[in-house]
Every structure is written in C-alpha cells, then in structure tokens.
Design a protein around this ligand. Structure first.
Ligand code: ADP
Ligand code: MG
Length: 730
C-alpha cells in the first residue's frame, strides 16, 4: 500500500529513470504526483459529431483514420489526415510534422481536440489545425499481454478524460499519467484524519481529501465541464482551499509569534503629539491623519509593529514616515530610514533635514558614494547615539551600521521587494525588537498583499494631497514628435520643466525590465531611440534655446546628484532620462512627462513615471509616444494609462498581464509556489482561507477541539518549508 509520503519510485510503473524525470517536475512523493492535476479535461462521453461542428469552437471528436500523407510545400512539410464518422469527414492538418508520418494506420480510432476552422482544402467543410490527439484503438495491434487493455480503454473513452501536461520531452504522455495516477489512487492507504478541522470543512462545505483527489483526476459522470476547466468543482475547491488555508495559517502563526516578542511601548504623550505637530509643513490630509494614528497606536503597543504602508506615488508617505520617526526620537530611540537607491536616500535626507532640523533633531546620511572618513564618522555618531535619525540605502544600513538604541525601522521599498527577510541582520545594542514600517508605492492588489505581506498589518493612503490637478495623458505616434517638442517648448516658456524618458541609455543596448516589454512587434532594439543620443540631438536642435540635462544609471552618484540638484533648482528645463527617475524623484515644478517608446514599458513603470508629475498646482501632461508596431498587450497598457490614474486599477491589470512572479520582478520576493491555487483566479478562496485560519488560531470552541487545532498546526509544520518555502520575516 502507498501513503502520501511514499517516494514515487515505489509506485507501480515508475523506475529510477522515470522518477528522475518526475523529480525535474518537482514530483518526488505520492502526494506530489496526486497534485499533478490535469490542465484540462476532454468530454469523451459526449464527443462532437463532425456534422454538428461549428467554425471557431474548441471541440473533442472521436473519429476513425481514413487517409493521410505528408506534403512538402516550399515553406514546410505539412501532414494532412482525413478522419471520419460514418459519412462525415473532417480534415486535420499539422505543420512541420514529419514525425507523424509513421504514426497512423487507416482504421485507427482517434480522440482529437482542437479549434475548428472553416475548411478550405479538398472540399471539407471543416478542418482542425494542429489538433491534440490520442490513439484510442489500433485494430492492427495486439494487446500488451497484460490483459489490461479493456480497462485502460475504459479510462480513455466514454467519460470525461483528464489531460495532463506531458513530461520528459514527451516520454511521459498524458496517457501515461492517467494510468499511473489511476493505479496509484486505487492503491492508496486509508487517509490519516483530515488536517482541516471539521468546523472549517463545514463552513466551506469541503469534501474529503481522498474524494477530492479522485474527482479532480477522474470526474464523475455529470460533472460540469465548465466547472472543471475553471477549477470550480467541489474537488478543486477542496484542494485549492487546503493549500491556501495552510498558507494563511502559517502567516497567522508568524504574526502571532511576532506579537509574542518584546517590543517598545512608545509613549504618545501630549508632549510627543506637540512635537509631531510642530514639524508639519502643511495640513495633513485625512488619510495621512488616519494612517499616522494607526501607526502611533501600533507603536504604543508593547509588541513590535509590523506595518505596511501603501500609498500611490505622491500620496505623501514621507511626512508620515518622519512623523513616526519623531515619535521614536521623542521617546529617546533612534530611527532608521532605508531607501532602495542613493538618489532616493539623498532626497529623503534633504527633506528630512528641511523638516526636522529646525526642531533640533540630529540626522545623518549614509551612502556608498560618501568618502570613507565621513562614513566612519557617521557610523560613530550612530553607535554613540548622537545621530537620532539615520537615512541611507538598505544594504548599507543593514550590513554596516551598529545602533545605540534602535526603536524604529522605516523601509521605503517603493516597488522593489525582497528586503523584508533581512531585518534580523540589523545590529543594535538594545534588547527590544524595533518597530518596522514598510512603505511601498506599488499598490499591491489585495490578493497579493494577503500572501506576500500576509503577516503585516496594512495602512493605505488613499487620498492625494490637496491642490493636485489630474494629469492629462495622451498617446501619440512619434511621427508627431515635432508637435510634442513644440509643446515642451511652450511649457518651458511658461516657467515649467519637463522629463523626457527613453527605454535605453545607448543605442544597441538592451532595455531594462525586458520581461515587461511587449515582445510582439516594435522596432528591433538597435532602432530604439536612446537617452544619450536623443539628449545630444534635442540639446542641439529642438531645444537649442533651452537648458537640457541628462540622467541615467551609468553616471556616477555625484554626477547624478548634481544633475538632480540642477533640475530641482530649475537650472535645467528639460531632463532627458532613463527610468532611473521612476522612483521617488520629487520636483513639483515639473509638469510634463514625455515617454518615448512607451509601448516598451510595463504598466507599473509607466505609472511610476507619470507619478513624477502632477505634484504642483500647474496642470500636468503625460505624453506617451509610440514608435513602431504596438503589441496587443502594449495597446492595453497604453489604453489603461490614458483611461485611469488609479494605481490599484493599474496594478490589477499589470498583475493580470504579467502574473505574480513578474509583477514583483523576482521570485525570491517570497511568493509561495502554489500547486493548485492561482491567486488571480482564487481570490475569494484566499480571503476565506485567511478568515478560517484566524478562526482556528483564536482557540478552541464548542465546534473546534484543541486536538484539531494541534493537528492543523502539526500538519503545517511538516509542510511549511517544503510547500511554501516562505522566508521568515523579522
Ligand atoms: P510619496 O508618497 O510618493 O513618497 P511624497 O511624500 O514624496 O509622496 O509627497 C509628495 C509631495 O506632496 C511632496 O512634495 C510633499 O511635500 C507633498 N505633500 C505631502 N503631503 C501633503 C499635504 N498634506 N499637503 C500638501 N502637500 C503635501
Ligand atoms: Mg516617497
């Protein structure tokens, strides 16, 4: 007998070679193989009659091979076959399919699946191009001697049949998986008690696990094909929910563990409140007030704060961070503000000085490009406790700084992720855990926030500071660039400043974030307009009467700082740049953003870029110029940018286009690898899982025994690392 933890090598039909192939697919145990669910199902109970096909539909057909042959056209070999049901016939076509020429014999029974198209070859009404197929019966072949043929055939016709993705370069076919998984299910031991407590199963109406595996692989007669394809059968729901439930249970446990640590109960006295108010250069928005209260309440608690502050670009996160820093400093603790880039750290430092130094707080900046004597001095002040607020890049602060009395860490992640796991590297002499506030400008769709940041509390700045005018966004082809340059000149004449952004620094260079970029169409990279060349051209020609600056990632930190300072002061009218400006740059007088080759940028990037403008009171304009062909996805991105400025809406579409892994730009960001769940599809189940996980960890009740809770946690412990591979936070 097999149990779930049995190595697949002990499954009938699997030897060491096959086990190796399976291992490459991440399958090593019986349980793993059970989770290798069909990616689609074919209705071979009610296959379609050739006579009732309609052009454009996907259809399953069972028919007999009549004639076939390989035809060589000038461009490629084409394999054509006619299949029939009685008098009805259908043509099947495979391109480049020399490998098929010895595969078939007249009289074979085939299951075919593919898109039906109106026929234009040889008098057939319909044809199927590149159908997937399976030989169901070969009248000229003899059985394999096991006497099992009739049984296997009953798995492949006259029912809904699971279709598996083949593995090992086609060595393990869908049919192979069908047979092995079926036999494995039959040989499976009794299940251990369900790890999901009965009350939760009751709330969710879940079927038991074994039945779920059976039915997900071998749907019962009458199961809806649509529900199967959408993973919405009771079987799928059980398996998906289970996966999400244990994820959320783990996150909730982590959250509780954090809560159990000793934090710093910051005093929020009248004096502290006054100190916070005193630094404010403007009236905070209602959202800023609400969020600060959420943060202050957390800080007052004796458990460490772990809070995520989401706020679209320009929503005013910085001042909230500085307010939190004041609370820490007024309590005699140090605060650290970490930024992803030097440009940003420097910007934060400048605004922190402007806002905090008049009130007497001592701030130091720590960046890689500082001269080593200054760095040493800064570190000394931090270790002695002279410096109250430390601002620098993530790496620098985490790896090289020792604090005297660290109370608050603010992480400005903007839209780079993956720094969370490194907190524990921070050196400090005090015992208590510092509070942590993570700020992000990428509106994280709730689904992802629940998994990626599921153990953080969340605050949202959902209101822009007053006096902002909406940004007008236009899309134009670059054949109209003359008009655009004329518009830039006009805005500059009116005292404004402009950004002009390019996807690459130099011609022939590879644009960054290639994954974001529409692959179809567009000019070759060699033809992309590049920042340096266009800077030269614009400076000499179109903008010869203006002061033009250049900013890109290959400049030294001093050059970048100097350029930014000139732009900030207004000495530069037009800043030609790459996406280095996408993060955090804040120049209120710049009201115009021109993006060339906008079709080449990802949605979040475009949104970040556009966030650089609309910061002052002057009307702002974003011009998205396209050059060359624009793919369908790029078209959608540009359309979304013109339609909306809502960061959450844009993030959702971005997530849909790119999927979670690419959305965050990195897999190491702590995204769990799901086996059956799909965050885009299973949002509601995720919310339910979170609710149920909290319910279970809230403790025993008449419906929920201590043993059930212990069993669920035990199950999780055995699966957490292997299954979710989530990094520890904090
Ligand atoms: P982000 O959330 O992108 O970090 P910032 O903190 O840089 O946004 O704020 C964007 C701009 O808005 C800054 O110039 C800041 O001074 C200004 N700002 C923030 N809050 C307010 C407010 N309540 N009233 C007026 N201006 C504000
Ligand atoms: Mg910011």
């Amino acid at each position: 007998m097999l149990d779930l933890a049995t190595n697949v090598q002990f499954v009938k039909g699997i030897g060491p070679k096959i086990a190796q192939i399976l291992l490459e697919k991440g399958i090593s145990t019986v349980e793993d193989l059970l989770y290798y669910l069909p990616f689609r199902y074919e209705d071979r109970l009610n296959p379609r009659g050739i006579g009732e096909l309609r052009a454009g539909e996907m259809a399953s057909i069972i028919a007999e091979v009549r004639t076939f042959g390989l035809f060589r056209t000038r461009r490629m070999p084409i394999f054509e076959m006619t299949v029939g049901q009685g008098r009805d016939t259908l043509k099947c076509v495979w391109f480049n399919a020399t490998y098929l020429q010895d595969k078939f014999r007249a009289g074979m029974l085939l299951a075919l699946y593919g898109k039906v198209e109106a026929g234009d070859r040889g008098g057939h009404r319909f044809e199927i191009v590149q159908p997937q197929f399976e030989v169901l019966h070969d009248p000229t072949a003899h059985g394999n001697g096991t006497g099992d043929e009739p049984k296997w055939q009953s798995l492949e016709v006259g029912r809904i049949v699971p279709i598996y993705e083949a593995a090992g370069n086609g060595r393990l076919t869908a049919r192979w998986f069908r047979r092995v998984i079926h036999a494995m299910l039959e040989g499976l031991d009794q299940d251990p008690p369900d790890a999901i407590p009965a009350a939760v199963r009751g709330h969710m109406g879940l079927i038991d696990r074994r039945r779920a595996f059976w039915q997900a692989h071998w749907p019962e007669v009458g199961e809806s094909l649509a529900n199967l394809q959408a993973a919405r059968t009771p079987a799928h729901i059980r398996l998906i929910f289970e996966e999400l439930f244990f994820l959320e249970l783990g996150l909730e446990l982590k959250r509780r563990k954090m809560r159990a640590q000793t934090g710093i109960p910051f005093q929020i006295s009248g004096r502290v409140r006054d100190a916070v108010k005193r630094i404010l250069p403007f009236h905070p928005t209602a959202a800023q007030k609400r969020v600060l209260k959420e943060i202050a309440d957390d800080m007052a608690e004796p458990v460490p704060m772990r809070r995520l502050l989401q706020g679209d670009v320009g929503s005013g996160k910085t001042i909230v961070a500085l307010e939190a820093a004041v609370i820490a400093m007024e309590n005699g603790y140090q605060a650290a503000l970490m930024a992803p880039t030097e440009i940003l750290a420097t910007q934060h430092f400048l605004s922190a000085r402007r806002i905090l130094e008049p009130a007497g707080y001592r701030i130091v900046l720590l960046t890689g490009s500082q001269e080593s004597g200054r760095k040493k001095q800064a570190r000394h002040h931090i270790a002695q406790g002279n410096a109250q607020l430390v601002i620098g890049t993530h790496a620098l602060i985490q790896e090289t700084v020792e604090f005297d009395k660290l109370g608050l860490v603010i992480v400005d992640e903007q839209h780079r992720f993956g720094v969370l796991q490194r907190f524990r590297l921070m050196k400090k002499t005090n015992e208590a855990e510092p509070d942590v506030l993570v700020m992000t400008a990428t509106p994280i769709p709730r689904t992802l926030a629940l998994t990626l940041y599921g153990d953080l509390d969340t605050s949202v700045l959902d209101e822009l500071p007053p006096g902002r005018t909406p940004i007008t966004t236009r899309r134009v082809g670059d054949e109209r660039s003359e008009e655009v340059w004329e518009f830039v000149r006009k805005q500059v004449a009116a005292g404004r400043q402009a950004y002009i952004v390019y996807p690459v620094i130099e011609e022939g260079a590879t644009p960054p974030h290639r994954a974001n970029i529409g692959r179809a169409g567009g000019p070759g990279e060699g033809e992309l307009k590049a920042a340096i060349k266009m800077y030269e051209q614009l400076r000499k020609r179109e903008f010869s009467s203006l002061r033009v600056g250049l900013l890109h990632g290959r400049m030294s930190a001093e050059e970048k700082d100097a350029t930014m300072a000139s732009f900030q002061s207004g000495a530069i009218n037009v800043l030609v740049s790459t996406t280095v400006i996408e993060v955090g740059v804040d120049v209120a007088n710049a009201n115009l953003m021109v993006v060339e080759h906008a079709e080449r940028f990802g949605l979040s990037q475009l949104h970040q870029l556009r966030g650089r403008i609309g910061r002052g009171s002057a009307k702002s304009y974003c011009v998205l110029m396209t050059g060359g062909k624009v793919s369908v996805e790029a078209e959608q991105r540009l359309e979304a940018m013109v339609r909306t400025q809502n960061g959450f809406e844009i993030a959702e579409l971005d997530l849909q286009q790119r999927g979670p892994g690419e959305f965050f730009g990195t897999k190491q960001a702590g995204m769990p690898n799901f086996r059956v769940a799909n965050l885009l599809r299973d949002r509601e189940l995720l919310e339910a899982a979170r609710r149920e996980a909290k319910y279970v960890l809230a403790g025993p009740s008449p419906d929920l025994t201590k043993e059930e809770i212990a069993r669920a946690v035990q199950h999780l412990r055995g699966h957490w690392n292997r299954r979710y591979g989530l990094v520890e936070v904090g």
